[in-house]
Design a protein around this ligand. Structure first.
Ligand code: ATP
Ligand code: MG
Length: 419
């Protein structure tokens, strides 16, 4: 065996797990269709500059976590560390702003790379499902994005989740807030971590989100954005809450949430589980009215979220959700002798072409062992093929559930199974 392992923090999805992924992927697609969202696929790699500008150079992602390399043409390329920047880049490049608004765009299974310390809930390659609704300022839009996530959790049978919402205001209210925050923090400047000291001038709000114990202690009593909202932002936030109330959604207002992207404005939210350990945020997002313009496009507002698919699966496991089993094999052809083996091969192929799943022996197993294997596969029917059946031009199809046998002509097999 070669002594090569998967890179640290990455995971294979083996067949006994992949059917669970199919289930959540299908449910996500169905949910997006209900909300009128369409898929927008973007590359795994982007120019590094997109993330420097689109995610912001005071964020953990850009400062510490990106997989960046120079390609053979000397360009700086980065593996997607989050979904939104690429979506906005593609939105602009494909001139989707010429389409009727709002544009509801989703991505799923999107490989997302962050150089983090691997631990429970933190991978270096994880996968995200996300949606971006572009073009509307209405609080209904924020609520709709949130409700899509909540309906998905509901549909998937996940219960112990809580929606946390906050507003971090627009650049207007942020000015006043930043001044107040900096005044509060100025006394602690040399006690804070190096990263936060750099944030102090560039984007002090991000200090609220620092994971360093000392920084966390310092910001405990620091002012929060929600107390500094301008009239517009306050009204908008009230609007979002009213929509959530009208839809009967439960939430808590959590002034501690500031989120990782620099260009979030107004609403921010996280959906958190307290049952999958410290990394409990399954879904996180918010409004970003400045990002599209920042990336060189027209001034268009947007709101969205990203959802960690591995974390979603982890909460589903702790909720003991029953995943629908993958479809079983319909027919297994057990064959005894050379000519019957060839017939089994041909019949299996014929049935597959008719849309019926079928299998035969690839392993030169004994006749008896073939039935054992059919059992393992969970085949719904077995067909025993010997010289006698070939002569007769008919077989006995055995239903494994009740043991009942039915005589079927070889020529009519496909038809019979389809019925
Ligand atoms: P955290 O606070 O856990 O570091 P984050 O703020 O960096 O999260 P986001 O940028 O909001 O995370 O990413 C959206 C979602 O993607 C998260 O809520 C989480 O479910 C998932 N996620 C983020 N980083 C990882 C990771 N390293 N491994 C697995 N899932 C992740
Ligand atoms: Mg992170």
């Amino acid at each position: 065996m070669i002594n090569i392992q998967a890179p640290k923090g990455t995971k294979d999805v083996v067949p006994s797990e992949s059917y669970k992924w199919h289930y959540i992927e299908n449910t996500m697609r169905e949910m997006c269709a209900l909300y009128g969202a369409n898929e927008l696929r973007t590359p795994i790699i982007e120019h590094t500059e997109l993330f420097l500008r689109g995610v912001g150079d005071t964020t953990d992602i850009v400062q510490k976590e990106m997989y960046t390399f120079e390609d053979k043409g000397g360009r700086s390329i980065t593996l997607k560390p989050e979904g939104t920047a690429g979506m906005v880049r593609a939105f602009l490049e494909n001139r989707l702003f010429n389409e009727p608004m709002p544009q509801k765009l989703y991505y799923l299974n999107s490989p997302t790379f962050r150089y983090e310390k691997p631990q429970a809930g933190r991978l270096r390659e994880h996968h995200q499902f996300g949606i971006e609704i572009v073009g509307s300022y209405a609080p209904e839009t924020d609520a709709e994005v949130i409700l899509l996530a909540l309906s998905l959790f509901g549909k998937l049978g996940v219960k112990d989740l809580m929606l946390h919402i906050n507003s971090i205001g627009c650049p207007e209210c942020r000015k006043e807030y930043n001044a107040a925050l900096k005044e509060y923090l100025s006394g602690y400047l040399n006690e804070m971590c190096e990263t936060c000291r750099a944030r102090f001038d560039k984007n002090p709000m991000r200090i609220i989100d620092c994971k360093e114990p000392r920084c966390r202690e310092i910001v405990k009593n620091a002012p929060r954005t929600i107390d500094f909202l301008c009239d517009n932002c306050r009204k908008h936030f009230e609007g979002v809450k009213s929509c959530l109330d009208a839809a009967g959604a439960e939430y808590v207002i959590d002034p501690d949430i500031v989120r990782g992207l620099d260009y979030y404005t107004g609403t921010v939210f996280e959906v958190i589980s307290n049952r999958i350990g410290a990394q409990g945020a399954v879904c996180a997002g918010g409004r970003y009215n400045g990002l599209i313009e920042e990336l060189g496009g027209p001034s268009i507002p947007a709101v969205g979220f990203g959802m960690g698919m591995e974390r979603l699966l982890a909460v589903m496991e702790t909720n003991e959700v029953e995943f629908p089993k993958p479809p079983e094999m319909t027919v297994y052809f057990a064959a005894n002798g050379d000519a019957p083996r060839m017939k089994a091969f041909a019949l299996a192929q014929k049935l597959r072409e008719a849309g019926v799943s079928a299998e035969f022996d690839h392993m030169e197993r004994s006749f008896k062992a073939q039935f054992k294997y059919a059992n393992k596969l969970g085949a719904k029917f077995t067909v025993a093929l010997g010289d006698e059946e070939l002569e007769r031009g008919a077989v006995k199809v055995k239903c494994m559930a009740d043991g009942e046998e039915t005589e079927v002509e070889l020529d009519r097999l496909a038809e019979w199974f389809r019925e």
